[in-house]
Design a protein around this ligand. Structure first.
Ligand SMILES: CC(C)(COP(=O)(O)OP(=O)(O)OC[C@H]1O[C@@H](n2cnc3c(N)ncnc32)[C@H](O)[C@@H]1OP(=O)(O)O)[C@@H](O)C(=O)NCCC(=O)NCCS
Length: 382
């Protein structure tokens, strides 16, 4: 019986624990997400992304001197080597930024050899470099796409403000800086998902961290993982005005089509990350920093979805609100998923290091359904 159960194939390994982990925790019914036991709402409000990254990776809130060194080390490793920038210049201008990010993080493994994954110092510096340089890569890629020269990082700005500066050559307002930072925090980890699993599988082979992160980026690039927030922006643009919301939703439901940014496999009552972002939309509206039409459409969408889908436990998710927030602060849609990766790299690194503590290379099995013992027929006789 036990053997039969073990040979049962569960599509997508849904519900099968792939590892023991003490990094993040979700209670889908209560709408809770915690990193190392602290709710994301608290961290988004009181902490910042770099401190959260430390918390995820090392398991505790950093002491003052640890945090100072961490911030300093990351701040002073944000620049890209000239050769890496040159390499980026040779990549196609219309390439997707996720491809750039994957290619460049992989190439970093040649510039910063870190094959001794059992050495704590080497792991520390790889984590610093990956977290520090991913925003610089994403911003450079956006600049190059428009034929502009990449902008050098500024060490006097916060991590989030520096990213914004490298994109737009101007500093963000305090509110936009806070939003950018919280966006990274809210995406930093989310228990066992496809890209995290991928990071753990590659990590279990003792591959170097640049290979691990580039493979996780590749996994995240698929539309079933990252990307629903881009669709939310397209949906709002397609709807066009508040009056069109109800007929749009009714049409979708009639045709049994999904409404983007609505529903979640795990969160059945509320998505805590979405709630934080909803608060930012309110603040943006108070500062007149969000386009009226977008605001009206999104509020009407929330109302109609509540009326029609709440009974099915379907609510707006993080992608619904992040799409609206990103649109409001002028982030190009193609960068939504790369920004997700800039935050999630903290989780991937944390899972890699956790994996190494009790490592056993992943080697699942399969249920063979093919033919056996076939005769080989020479090509002339086929
Ligand atoms: C996230 C998602 C895959 C979760 O799916 P799930 O929990 O497995 O839910 P199911 O696909 O089994 O759907 C359950 C029911 O809700 C409906 N439903 C789920 N999401 C819906 C949506 N976004 N719009 C309309 N109906 C939806 C389904 O049609 C189904 O209805 P039925 O019972 O009448 O057949 C799904 O909600 C979805 O595709 N949402 C839109 C994409 C999105 O925003 N993704 C980002 C998630 S962070």
């Amino acid at each position: 019986m036990e053997e039969k159960l073990l040979m049962e194939v569960v599509p997508g390994l849904e519900g099968i624990p792939a590892a023991e982990s003490a990094i993040s925790y979700i209670d889908g019914e209560a709408g809770i997400l915690e990193y190392r036991g602290i709710t994301v709402e608290t961290l988004a409000e009181k902490s910042d992304f770099l401190e959260v990254a430390w918390l995820l990776i090392f398991g505790h809130l950093p002491a003052k001197d640890e945090l100072e060194r961490w911030r300093n080390d990351i701040t002073f490793h944000t620049r890209l080597k000239l050769k890496i920038l040159r390499m980026m210049e040779y990549l196609p201008e219309n390439g997707h930024p996720m491809h750039y990010l994957q290619a460049v993080t992989s190439a970093m493994g040649m510039y910063y050899p870190a094959r001794d994954t059992l050495d704590a110092e080497s792991r520390y510096w790889s984590a610093v470099r990956l977290i520090a340089k991913m925003p610089t890569i994403v911003a450079a890629c956006e600049r190059l796409k428009h034929g502009d020269a990449p902008i050098q990082p500024r060490n006097d700005l916060s991590f989030a403000a520096n990213f914004y500066y490298m994109l737009f050559e101007c500093e963000p307002t305090k509110l936009v800086e806070k939003i950018m930072d919280a966006m990274l925090t809210l995406h930093a980890d989310h228990t066992m998902n496809a890209s995290t699993f991928s990071a753990r599988v590659v990590g279990s082979t003792l591959a170097d961290p640049y290979t691990i992160v580039s493979s996780a980026i590749g996994t995240l690039s698929g539309p079933l993982h990252g990307g629903a927030n881009e669709e939310v922006v397209h949906m709002i643009e397609e709807i066009g005005s508040k009056e069109n919301v109800r007929p749009y939703i009714e049409r979708k439901l009639e045709k049994k089509e999904k409404i983007m940014g609505i529903g979640h496999r795990v969160y059945r009552t509320r998505d805590p990350r979405g709630e934080v972002l909803k608060g930012f939309i309110r603040e943006l509206a108070e500062h007149n920093a969000i386009d009226r039409n977008t605001l009206e459409i999104s509020r009407e969408l929330e109302a109609v979805v509540k009326e029609k889908l709440e009974a099915k436990q379907l609510h707006p998710n993080v992608d619904f609100y992040s799409g609206i927030v990103f649109k409001a602060i002028g982030i190009p849609t193609e960068l939504f998923t790369p920004i997700f990766a800039m935050g999630r790299v903290a989780g991937w690194l944390a899972h890699w290091m956790e994996q190494l503590k009790t490592n056993r290379i992943y080697r699942p099995t399969q249920k063979y359904t093919g033919l056996r013992a076939r005769l080989y027929i020479p090509v002339a006789e086929r």
